[in-house]
Design a binder for this molecule. Structure first.
Ligand code: HQG
Length: 180
């Protein structure tokens, strides 16, 4: 991704996942924002966006973080939200036997004591790909990959969801389901 695109992607993540109110933007409960309102709100905060640039960033996003509505008028982040404006009605899905969670070694003792919690986000984020989990963990320090017994959790009644971009979500993971 071009540097400029990376900066726009970070800005979109900020307003579509975390702080829409920072630019006076409203998201509906499924996370959708009107693109014209997004462009107008961004302009008031020194971010010069246009539709073509937004579409290029959505297309080029390595993790497919964003989606456009069919009519092309709206945009949303497909996972990663912390804002309470959004409560996407994800469909429950049976997970594979094992899912991976990438974290940093400095968080390990707390996680093994109290389990994985969503922290500032709405869900704990998991991946079916160990390599992806390593990259996720690297964002916060020396990466550690945890093996989550997802199917066992599911069979005990804990719901799992999969976002449009393949990221797995669950509300929390108790210590007993965490291995290394
Ligand atoms: C850790 C990125 C202490 C947790 C990624 C993580 C992902 C605990 C951090 C998505 C804990 C939260 C989400 C506990 C969990 N004690 N630390 N009990 N429980 N933690 O960023 O999963 O590039 O909110 O291990 O690819 O790192 O933005 O979550 O290290 O899919 O699209 O607390 O964000 O996607 O950090 O990342 P985060 P995450 P994007």
């Amino acid at each position: 991704m071009k540097k400029a695109h990376n900066e726009v992607s970070k800005f979109l993540s900020y307003v579509l996942r975390h702080q829409p109110q920072a630019i006076g933007l409203e998201l509906d409960s499924e996370g959708w924002a009107n693109i014209d309102a997004l462009i107008a709100g961004a302009a008031g905060h020194g971010q010069s966006l246009d539709k073509q640039l937004i579409e290029a960033v959505v297309q080029g996003s390595d993790k497919k973080r964003f989606a456009l509505s069919e009519d092309g008028l709206r945009i949303r982040a497909v996972q990663g939200h912390s804002t309470t404006q959004v409560d996407i009605a994800f469909t429950e899905k049976k997970p594979p036997d094992i899912l991976y969670h990438g974290t940093a070694s400095r968080f390990l003792s707390a996680i093994l004591a109290e389990g994985l919690t969503a922290q500032s986000r709405q869900y704990v984020h998991l991946s079916s790909d160990r390599e992806v989990a390593i990259q996720v963990g690297q964002r916060y320090g020396t990466p550690v990959v945890l093996e989550i017994n997802a199917l066992a959790m599911f069979e005990q009644g804990y719901p799992f969801y999969q976002a449009e971009n393949g990221v797995w979500l669950t509300r929390q993971v108790a210590e007993e389901f965490i291995g290394q």
